[in-house]
Design a binder for this molecule. Structure first.
Ligand code: PLP
Length: 388
């Protein structure tokens, strides 16, 4: 059997490989603390589960319209209009299985072989993977620790060429927890505004897991909404990673193209999950508030603890649930460190290089885990470093 050539360019998400290795160690009887995978450890709020259960009993067991159940598209349109301060119609919304397919579909629909796509680095690895898969070239803009992991705006300006087709933004960021503030977004919009052929994929999946200030989307900038695809979804905000429910908001012509891709790929999202999504956005939001408060407490604990470890320094993340400590002062590299911390100490985390070349010298720890587990992981790391 011969796989198509494009498969050799497709990457992966290392978090899933480390999770598999950690599970294998657990099966062998080892105690492992999971700080590798980016998913809330909370259960989905009860009212959302009940809505799905009722939906199944009510007969939501069939195909739905490919871009989503009309009421869900309407509810999402209202939510995005309200949170981004822009007009959004249901026709602008495509409901997809998780946030990820919006990356997949947008690149398939908009980027040709030979085009260039500008993206942050370090970043969610699927951006680079999918850009290479479609035969395009990723162009990296470094996220600098000294600037709170914001975009290097001079580097962005220098990266734009005649072949640039898309710019990918991600705020709050995986893996750094950095946030693009309004001023930075305004500068990016000013750079892109005259280049009408460039689309923006704005990955806002962590927009509600924010510790200071309010989320600001580039879609809210004058003239930018039509050229922006907002990626958002339920996985992180409502602890619904396994449900596979997300959405994109975009101009209507693109929404139709992406719907056509969805018809070819999966037909539609699970019907009961969509009904649960209506409850998610329209029901009480107390659980979201509670989860974000818990993440804040864990953030403070893990960042405080990391900064007390010799040879490690960690900036305070402003959003998402990841700490991205600098370990370049240690005598071993981040890959060795991640491997040995798992094998010898039972602490599963990721090397910064899992998110690109500029992740060299860093680790990523997901603090979607309990404070006692975070404390235990910090103790194990301290023991390990003392022996290094
Ligand atoms: N975008 C970013 C930045 C992420 O970190 C993730 C998940 O880790 C996703 C998108 C995809 O989320 P989903 O699980 O909803 O597909």
């Amino acid at each position: 059997m011969k796989l198509v050539q494009a498969m050799s360019r497709l990457g992966t998400e290392t978090a899933f490989n480390v999770l598999a290795r950690a599970k294998q160690l657990e099966a062998e009887g080892r105690d492992v603390i999971h700080l590798e995978i980016g998913e809330p450890d909370f259960d989905t709020p009860r009212n959302i589960i009940e809505a799905a259960r009722q939906a199944l009993l009510d007969g939501y067991t069939h195909y739905t319209p490919a871009p989503g159940i009309p009421r869900l598209r309407q509810v999402i349109a209202e939510h995005v209009a309200q949170t981004r301060g822009i007009p959004v119609a249901p026709e602008n919304v495509v409901v997809v299985p998780g946030g990820k397919p919006i990356i997949f579909y947008s690149l398939l629909a908009l980027v040709d072989a030979g085009d260039e796509v500008i993206m942050p680095n370090p970043a969610f690895p699927i951006y680079e993977s999918m850009v290479r898969f479609v035969g395009a070239t990723p162009v990296f803009v470094r996220l600098r620790e000294e600037e709170g992991f914001g975009f290097d705006l001079d580097m962005l300006a220098d990266s734009i060429t005649d072949r640039t087709r898309m710019v990918i933004l991600n705020s709050p960021s995986n893996p750094t927890g950095g946030v693009l503030d309004k001023r930075q977004i305004e500068t990016i919009a000013a750079l892109l505004r005259p280049r009408e052929e460039i689309m923006v994929l704005s990955d806002e999946i962590y927009s509600r897991i924010l510790y200071d200030g309010t989320h600001y989307s580039i879609a809210s900038e004058p003239d930018m909404q039509d050229r922006t695809i907002i990626l958002d979804g339920y996985s992180k905000t409502y602890a619904m990673t396994g449900w596979r429910l997300g959405y994109g908001v975009m101009n209507q012509r693109l929404a139709e193209a992406i719907t056509q891709l969805q018809i070819n790929a999966v037909s539609c999202v699970n019907a009961a999950a969509q009904v649960a999504g209506i409850e998610g956005l329209t029901g009480p939001q107390d659980d979201v508030t509670r989860m974000v408060a818990a993440f804040r407490e864990r953030r403070d604990r893990i960042v405080g603890g990391l900064n007390q470890l010799p040879g490690i320094r960690c900036v305070m993340p402003q959003g998402a649930f990841y700490a991205f400590p600098n370990v370049s002062a240690l005598p071993v590299d981040e890959g060795t460190l991640a491997r040995r911390l798992l094998d010898e100490m039972g602490v599963a985390l990721l090397a910064g290089t899992a998110f690109g070349e500029y992740g060299r010298g860093y680790l990523r720890l997901s603090y979607a885990n309990s404070v006692p587990n975070i404390e235990r992981a910090l103790e194990r790391m301290a023991d390990f470093l003392a022996r290094l």
